[in-house]
Design a binder for this molecule. Structure first.
Ligand code: 1CP
Length: 357
């Protein structure tokens, strides 16, 4: 299926947006900017709306998920919305017992540790993604010319939560499974790729104008393990979008050693964490649009320090064929939202020459 004529990328609502143009490597009137985890705990209006309610229930209530997605767009004037959901939403919708524990993250009722556990994982029925489609449709209607970014977890990042049973420091059990039982590990990654892929495709079909895969924990793997055991499954997540012509972004943390490999596995744009300067990243992936990479640790500093850092990121980003300013990872919950608004203004002002790429 190709995108329907009423899709915002097709009917022209977002096809000329700075974000979409930059992701496609075209000239933009200013460097576009959005922030990973821009929706969420840094915003008082989010805390008020959530007020102790269950996180996954909020994700599955279309009106709530849509409102939370729109909050940072209204407040900061960012160039994109990122759909408010979580990488484990499709896992829950497949029928796996998973919760999000406040202050901690996704926790499994029963971790998935053996070949038997993996074979028993239920398949996601795409019809069960209806609340996701509904939330995306409402959001896209409200956004008008601002593009919505769809997202999903990359197979290894999702698999880490399933195997570990929750957040972990270095994904040791997941990496141990890769060594102890490579076939079971491959079967698990294939399940994750199907599940994440269906989640991503549903968002794009419902109106998202770009798609980002979060390979957040790719950096805990060796280059060799990522290349030989994981990369083809990440590529399958992107391949779920076959036939839908939307720009795609691959983001991970600690991916410095594998940056040069990323463009070969399905993404058109490379997201860079805070560890690799963008000019260095541009040398690793010459000609590719880059997204990043303001250090989240800088957001609590006095404004002149933040400003100097953002200007440095912009300067280094000029080495790329196109640049979308973002953070090198998510917004820390304690961030003063006023700082994010000031960054958006700064980026728009200093790059509004009409000649930025
Ligand atoms: O603006 C946005 O980006 C909000 C939408 C969003 C996204 C893109 C949420 C809401 N989660 C995610 C993706 C996500 N979830 C990733 C990939 C991005 C990244 O690397 O940060 C990962 C790894 C998760 C898993 C997860 N969910 C964690 C991390 C746990 C760990 O291992 O360190 C946490 C804390 C959650 C819960 C969660 N998801 C989202 C929010 C706002 C929250 C906090 C819930 C709350 O209010 O308590």
């Amino acid at each position: 299926m190709t995108l329907p004529p009423t899709h915002p990328l097709v009917d022209g609502r977002t096809s000329d947006a700075a974000l979409v143009r930059a992701y496609r490597g075209s000239l933009t009137p200013h460097v576009p900017v959005w922030f990973m985890r821009q929706a969420g705990r840094s915003l008082p209006e989010y805390r008020e709306l959530r007020a102790g309610g269950d996180m996954l229930a909020a994700c599955l209530d279309p009106a709530t998920a849509s409102e939370i997605t729109l909050q940072p767009v209204r407040r900061h004037g960012v160039d994109a919305a990122i759909f408010f959901s979580d990488i484990v939403v499709p896992v829950l919708l497949a029928g796996v017992d998973v919760r999000i524990v406040p202050g901690r993250g996704p926790v499994l009722g029963t971790p998935v540790r053996t070949a038997r556990d993996i074979a028993d994982l239920p398949e996601l029925d795409p019809a069960d993604l209806a609340p996701v489609r509904d939330a995306v449709e409402r959001t896209v209607d409200a956004l008008g010319a601002t593009p919505l970014v769809a997202f999903a977890g990359a197979p290894f990042t999702l698999a880490s939560y399933l195997v570990e049973g929750g957040p972990s420091k270095d994904q040791l059990r997941a990496r141990a499974l890769a060594v102890a039982d490579p076939d079971a590990f491959a079967a698990l990654l294939a399940w994750c790729a199907r599940t994440s892929g269906a989640f991503l495709r549903a968002q794009v079909e419902a109106g998202a104008s770009a798609a980002q895969v979060f390979d957040s924990w790719a950096g805990s793997l060796s280059r060799e393990s990522w290349r030989t055991q994981v990369a083809r499954h990440t590529a399958r997540t992107f391949a779920a979008l076959d036939g839908l012509d939307v720009p795609t972004v691959h983001f991970g943390t600690g991916t410095g050693p594998i940056l040069d490999l990323l463009p070969h596995f399905g993404a058109g744009v490379v997201g860079v964490d805070w560890r690799t300067p963008l000019d260095e990243a541009a040398r690793a992936v010459p000609g590719w649009p880059l997204q990043g990479n303001v250090d989240p640790a800088v957001l609590g500093a006095p404004w002149p320090v933040i400003e100097a850092h953002v200007l440095d990121v912009l300067e280094r980003g000029r080495a790329a064929s196109a640049h979308v300013l973002n953070l090198g990872h998510g917004v820390p919950p304690e961030t003063d939202p006023e700082v994010l608004t000031r960054i958006v203004r700064l980026v728009h002002e200093v790059t509004a020459t009409g000649a930025s790429t």
